[in-house]
Design a protein. Sequence first.
Length: 249
Amino acid sequence: MLKAVKDQRTLKENLMLASSTAFVAGVTNVAGMLAFLVFTSNITGHVANLAKHIVEQNYHQMIIFVVWLMMFFAGAFVSSFIIRSFEDKSRWKANSTPMIVEAVILLIVAIYGHNFYKETQLEREIVISAILFSMGLQNSLVSNISGGLIKSSHLTGLFTDLGSEVAEWFHPRTKNTEAAGNKILIRCTVLGFYLFGGLAGGYFFNLYEFAIFYFIPLILLTIMYYDISPLALHKLSRMFAPGKRQTAS
């Protein structure tokens, strides 16, 4: 899921990447909403709130929403910078490093929220900033890997693209209906698994509260393991394979 990029990717790889990352975004967004009453996987609502607080001259909230927007931006920047830095050395390393950073951040959120969170305003603002940074990392990573085809939490753009692609699929001038159909399938997969993640996030947050954030890094590690497991098995098979034992006399 993380090695192949853009046109090299198969439909199966795109569907697996879309489903897993959209599920993570859905869980994170609903869990964040229940915990903090704030969306944590996208920033569309934050821009509207920023405008509202500017009009009301609520300077403290203006600063908070600017910081949240910049944290999402910073996550996207860091993710793209890491990918660009490592892509010539190892495509898997370039794409897995931002996901490792995301997993670590969400694990810290889980540990802090489950054990130390006192529900103060400052804690709330810092934890939301950390989650938004991690979602910026993920959105940029997935968009880079898929060549912009997959955006795991950008549902406004998803519906726009889906409408255009359905029109393309039905249009009599369209020759390659298979390509258009594959894009529609990927968009619907993102939507379906985002919704599924949201339902799961809401249900399990009501049961386990912040402990649900322990589950999200496991999903991210599973994505990375899927790519590395064939290589690891290949190396193990070579390690234990019978070698040439004869030497020249």
